[in-house]
Write a protein that binds this ligand. Structure first.
Ligand code: NAP
Length: 315
């Protein structure tokens, strides 16, 4: 059968690359399909300090480059294609891209999730240069600096507390007059002397010449607009955006079980509700979305796929 793979992996972030490595090492005919840049969210991170065993000064791109090398060494194919349709109804799964059609005995979905953006001027240009979507990844860069955390949900308030370990002051800016975060989380944050809250306020613009220098805010009730400049001595500050995440799972709506936020539901073997279809990494309903959990998911899913193929297909 043309283009028949043992294992098709959709997504080349850490989960997909780990699945590719384990799949190819298990001598499965394996391909990773990625529509965008290889590496997923982590390639936007300048320093990766929390991936166990990573070399000093490891960056997102350097870590991903090594993962790609490992996949290539073991003969995992990689291709750029935008998947537009999947058919998981038969034993052989069909994955259609704009460039071609791929058939698979098993599929691993590793499409990730993207942090929701504010969609304001300057945000894109200053991402990684003061604007961040990950406190665990980037909090440390703002040791003794001033930091803003945008959002009013559990993530914004919890991450604001985490950021107080580094920043001298953290201001949570929320667009409404009350937080969405759980009361218990709110209470804890309100007791933290390093945290301040600003309500009814949105970010209108983010400015800086190569590094974040000022943020334009608007009070949504009064219409007042003001610009907050980084302390002159600091030269910059942190702006952390925590306004929710968007799992990249639209393709699978109505085909695979997902929670109310669109994250794919799996068991601890990374199996979805459809036999032969696995999910790994940030697109999955889980507690912690980090490189270390994504690579672990990918490895488990690949070995699960190998076992599934052994049990369900003739050699
Ligand atoms: P979330 O609950 O969807 O909250 C997103 C927050 O961002 C809301 O406060 C929302 O404002 C605000 N927002 C959305 N779009 C915005 C925009 N364009 N500009 C400004 N603000 C915007 O997302 P989350 O906090 O990431 O949490 C996601 C899920 O994970 C939730 O179910 C949460 O309970 C769960 N979670 C749980 C824990 C925990 O239990 N410890 C920790 C983290 C996350 P509005 O309030 O006005 O809508």
């Amino acid at each position: 059968m043309e283009n028949l793979y043992d294992l098709v992996i959709i997504g080349a972030g850490p989960a997909g690359l780990a699945a590719g490595l384990y799949g190819a090492r298990a001598k499965m005919k394996t391909i990773i399909i990625e529509k965008d840049k290889t590496g997923g969210q982590i390639v936007t991170t300048e320093e990766v300090a929390n991936y166990p065993g990573s070399v000093p000064n490891a960056t997102g791109p350097s870590l991903i480059a090594r993962m790609v090398e490992q996949c290539d060494e073991f003969g995992c194919e990689r291709i750029k294609d935008d998947i537009v349709e999947v058919n998981f109804d038969e034993k052989i799964k069909v994955i259609k891209g704009t460039k071609g059609e791929y058939k698979a005995k098993a599929v691993i979905i590793a499409t990730g999730a993207t942090p929701r953006k504010l969609d304001v001027p300057g945000e894109k240009e200053l991402t990684g240069k003061g604007v961040s979507y990950c406190a665990t990844c980037d909090g440390d860069f703002f040791t003794d600096f001033e930091v803003f955390a945008i959002g009013g949900g559990d993530t914004a308030v919890e991450e604001a507390m985490f950021l107080t370990k580094f920043a001298r002051k953290v201001t949570v800016v929320h667009r409404r007059d009350m937080l969405r975060a759980a009361k218990s989380i709110q209470e804890k944050a309100m007791k933290n002397p390093k945290i301040e809250f600003i309500y009814d306020t949105a970010v209108k613009e983010i400015k800086g010449d190569g590094i974040l220098e000022s943020i334009v805010f608007e009070n949504l009730k009064t219409g007042e607009v003001w610009e907050h400049f980084a302390d002159e001595e600091d030269g910059t500050m942190g702006l952390f955006v925590f306004v929710g995440y968007l799992p990249q799972t639209n393709l699978f709506k109505g085909k695979l079980d997902m929670n109310s936020h669109g994250y794919l539901i799996t068991d601890d073997k990374m199996r979805t509700n459809v036999e032969g279809v696995f999910a790994a990494g940030d697109c999955r309903d889980k507690l912690l979305r980090q490189v270390v959990t994504a690579t672990a998911d990918g490895a488990i899913a690949a070995i699960g796929a190998e076992k599934y193929i052994e049990e369900n297909f003739e050699h």
